[in-house]
Design a protein around this ligand. Structure first.
Ligand code: S3P
Length: 434
């Protein structure tokens, strides 16, 4: 385990770019691997999670290579995926696990999948249930990995009313629907990120959205796009630098080339509600996704109540929002956070325990967290547990940058799943992590 400590930072100054969007990078590799022809991708996140997806797609017949800054993926096309010779190890990546399960469901192949100590605790029943109804079969460790999926060439389309707002479940069913007989549709209780729907369009597949229902007709084939797939910077990664700049006095930074898909930007709205200076400049459209540069200036934040309708659009940003709330003046309340309990760690419990250890008063509910900030820097001075969770790790390094005493994390290794180079990038801006 690599411990890491973050001490009080100097004002953050400078212009940065964050690594490519994790969700879009997974999808670019998966769809390229399924398509006819060769897909080129730039801006791909070279984090461990995406490399797990690349290894799995290679093991099923695709060719995935990197030349300079460009990734090329030659897909299996009409011949279809081949059965992997060995167990697919998906490391820490829930997105790889859920989406690849959906893909395999529509091919007559069998695959066993596993992952690290975090991934093997996460629920897979949420994809096993609908895919079983469509005709795939599973063996699992009581709904968790290791899990074996037996796909089918005769998958049946279905309508699925999703019990939770989850882009991973929605995507797994849509991707299975690609190879099913008939039209598959999914209704979500609240809209979740729509990168699958958007990017399938670039691969020549029609996937329609009507309100909260997404539909796909089976039998459509993916074709490698003529244009390069350009992946923008990940707003979920930008979130750490944004919150640090808002909290550290005298800071002003620019983050270039950040994805601004409205299903992802709930944190930006929440930080503005708290009084944060967060400006979008140079808004543009890149390959079917909105992108812009962000200017962030130190601001005095006040507590807020996050509207529950906004939760899916900032689902990965709660750990760092809680850090902002811990430094804000007044109470912050976030409800309907049950999904946080099944992320890379139980993020509600982990954050409540760790913030308490750092001198922040908070109350954990069954699916809520209330944080009592008083507008002054928290005490800090603790070593916190990260439970193989990259976002817990980075959130506490941001907390250390603003606390009275340094904050240490017990293990920094998980940061590489989504944000290789995080520490160097932040230290160039003015933090003291090491
Ligand atoms: C993701 C969807 C979200 C998110 C995860 C990436 C995706 O998970 O937390 O980091 O790429 O589809 P859920 O769909 O389970 O909410």
């Amino acid at each position: 385990m690599t411990t890491l400590t973050s001490a009080k930072a100097s004002p953050l100054k400078g212009t940065i770019k964050v690594p490519g969007d994790k969700s879009m990078s997974h999808r670019a590799v998966m769809f390229g691997a399924l398509a006819e022809g060769t897909t080129t991708v730039t801006g791909l996140l070279e984090g461990e999670d995406v490399l797990s997806t690349a290894a799995a797609m290679r093991a099923m017949g695709a060719t995935v290579n990197k030349q300079g800054d460009t990734w090329t993926i030659t897909g299996v096309g009409t011949k279809g995926l081949s059965q992997p010779a060995e167990t697919l190890d998906l490391g820490n990546s829930g997105t790889s696990a859920r989406l690849i399960t959906g893909i395999i469901a529509g091919y007559p192949i069998k695959a066993t999948m596993t992952g690290d100590a975090s991934l093997t605790k996460r629920p897979m029943k949420r994809v096993m249930d609908p895919l079983t109804q469509m005709g795939a079969s599973f063996q699992s460790n009581d709904g968790k990995m290791p899990m074996t999926v037996q796909g089918s060439a005769a998958l049946q389309a279905m309508h699925y009313d999703m019990p939770v707002a989850s882009a991973q479940v929605k995507s797994a069913v849509i991707l299975a629907g690609l190879n099913a007989q008939g039209t598959t549709s999914v209704r979500e209780p609240k809209p979740s990120r729509d990168h699958t729907e958007r990017m399938l369009g670039a691969f020549g597949v029609s996937c329609t959205t009507d309100g909260n229902v997404v539909s796909i007709k089976g039998g459509q084939r993916l074709k490698a796009p003529a244009n390069t797939v350009v992946v923008p910077g990940d707003p979920s990664s930008a979130a750490f630098a944004i919150v640090a700049a808002l909290l550290i006095e005298g800071s002003e930074i620019i983050i270039e080339n950040v994805g601004l898909n409205p299903t992802r930007t709930g944190l930006f709205d929440t930080l503005r509600d708290m009084g944060g200076h967060l400006e979008i400049i140079n808004r543009r459209d890149v390959g079917g996704e909105p992108v812009g540069d962000l200017r962030v200036k130190h601001s005095s934040l006040k507590g807020t109540t996050v509207p529950v309708s906004r939760v899916p659009s900032m689902i990965d940003e709660f750990p760092v929002l809680f850090v902002a709330a811990a430094c804000a003046d007044g109470e912050t309340f976030c409800d309907s956070l049950d999904e946080l309990r099944v992320k890379e760690s139980d993020r509600l419990k982990t954050m409540a325990e760790n913030l308490t250890a750092c001198g922040v008063k908070c109350e954990e509910g069954e699916m809520s967290l209330r944080i009592f900030g008083n507008g002054t820097p928290p005490k800090g001075g603790a070593t916190v547990k990260t439970h193989l969770d990259h976002r817990i790790a980075m959130a506490h390094l941001v907390l250390g940058a603003v606390s009275q005493q340094p904050v240490s994390i017990d293990d920094a290794a998980a940061i590489a799943t989504s944000f290789p180079g995080f520490v160097a990038l932040m230290n160039n801006l003015g933090t003291r992590m090491g």
